[in-house]
Design a protein around this ligand. Sequence first.
Ligand SMILES: NC(=O)c1ccc[n+]([C@@H]2O[C@H](COP(=O)([O-])OP(=O)(O)OC[C@H]3O[C@@H](n4cnc5c(N)ncnc54)[C@H](OP(=O)(O)O)[C@@H]3O)[C@@H](O)[C@H]2O)c1
Length: 341
Amino acid sequence: MRKKTKYNVAVVGVGAVGIEMLRCLKDRKFPVAELRVLARSAREIDVDGQKYQVQAISAEAFEKIDIALFAGTEGEKGAAVQFAPEAVKRGAIVIDNGADFRMDPDVPLVVPEVNAKKIKKNKGIIANPNCSTIQMVVALAPIRKAIGLKRVIVTTLQASSGAGKAAVDQLKEELKIIASGDYQNIQADLANKVMPQQLAYNVFPQIGGFSDNDFTTEEWKLVKETHKILGDDKIKVSATTVRVPVRTGHSEAVYIETKKPIEPDALKKLLAESPGIIVIDDPKRGLYPMPKDVEGKTETYVGRIRKDPYVKNGFWFWVVADNLLKGAASNAVQIAEELIR
Ligand SMILES: NC(=O)c1ccc[n+]([C@@H]2O[C@H](COP(=O)([O-])OP(=O)(O)OC[C@H]3O[C@@H](n4cnc5c(N)ncnc54)[C@H](OP(=O)(O)O)[C@@H]3O)[C@@H](O)[C@H]2O)c1
């Protein structure tokens, strides 16, 4: 991409992630010449008191766009499949938040703290990994680099906003129904149901559909995307992904086996000194990362770092990040910043 002082930027989608994209561009002072906001339908939206005119998406809407940040829905009728190639054809570089292109060998899958160098290899499309993968690899990458990684077992506790704005609305509606005390079956009373199960007062171990070997699609994303980002498909990654009634902020209980030994204090130091990570780990004083505290933050938070007493080189830790920011919008804008650097 040609170096300029300011760039024409398109944001596609104004749902949970798209709104955060608009905030990130503004907060991080991205050098925007013209901003085009695109979604399925045209309207005016208000974000923190600032009005944005949303245009209905079309191929022509990408004329003269330098960078297109996609946060539309996935799949054949989604924004990226339909319009990312159109944007590229017109000279834009696309940074896509969805899963449609992530495993394409021609598409770099980027977490800037880990593999920013891959950005240069783009052929027009760069993919943002899945939210649960991003925060996990931010923590895994420095460990792998320092002492090697043999195995990762992760259980995620994923917030409702990870499934988009409609899922947050469903959680709010369920909580209202519960507060009213007047219900037989919350699910039956819901006006808009997008989650596969009741979320308020509940957790459920299903994110995405069920796929190979009875793992969910979300669980396979954690495996395959981690392999691609770290460039190492020998690491034995295995996941259980769980939806929890949190608004925003994914948590992960991560178990690792490293190749070389390390003392817990040295592991804490290694993580604390690694890019994009904040370690909060003083459990006796009740200090560890929690989603309510990381909402609105762009870093990845790690705590509860401890050695497995039974397994050589086995460790547990706890990783929390804002799924709409580090898990999506701020990671995408960070990629855009690297692109223009
Ligand atoms: N939520 C997260 O934590 C998270 C994290 C990482 C990645 N992602 C990915 O980011 C993307 C957006 O997620 P989200 O949570 O923001 O979803 P969302 O809240 O459901 O919002 C989706 C937005 O995309 C727009 N859209 C849908 N289909 C479109 C199309 N064909 N053309 C143009 N715009 C279209 C919608 O437009 P209208 O408003 O006009 O209907 C809406 O504004 C998804 O691919 C998701 O998998 C999400």
